[in-house]
Design a protein around this ligand. Sequence first.
Ligand code: VGL
Ligand code: ZN
Length: 208
Amino acid sequence: MTSLPTDALLVIDMQNDFCPGGSLAVEQGDAIVPLINKLGGQFEHVILTQDWHPQSHISFASAHADKQPYTVTEVAYGPQTLWPDHCLQGSHGAALHPALDLPHAELLLRKGFRREIDSYSAFLENDHSTPTGLAGYLRERGLKRLFLCGLAYDFCVRFSAIDGTALGFECVVIEDASRAVGLPGSVDATNQALADAGIRRDLGSQLL
Ligand code: VGL
Ligand code: ZN
């Protein structure tokens, strides 16, 4: 495909901790790296996100008494899924996957750096009100249509696409360039939420 000067590829959280061997490994998380690299070559504008948590982050089960990873707890802004410690600021696990080859990426946006608020979405933190600044960046740069890929399909890709759409950007999720954590029901819920929001899912192999 020929991407427009107003298109951007948004590569979500392609980090070691979300790949096999990492603390919150997504099955086959690393298998999408070659396709993402190829897609990157088709876009003038590439933006990366990086999950970037401090010690004792609110999303870590270890930061709560008697809580296990992959359960849900109630925090000030509502329900929050708890995870193993992951993507600690400056750690190897938080680093981008070494085979990711997108040297022309224009922005690396870090999120989830406030101890008290998690951020799945690249636009709004999990309180649904604290902005990350990405919408302003895209608007100032005249970027209007986003192709989303990366990890994880059912969390950060999902909520980035939903919030991006609500904020006025046309979002397309590249399904074969994403992989899901796959908690019970999470993929079905994601497919439904994307459909309800009118968000198109496409195949990267079709875009190349
Ligand atoms: C993510 C769980 C916790 C993601 C980040 O990138 O989808 N999932 N932190
Ligand atoms: Zn996280």
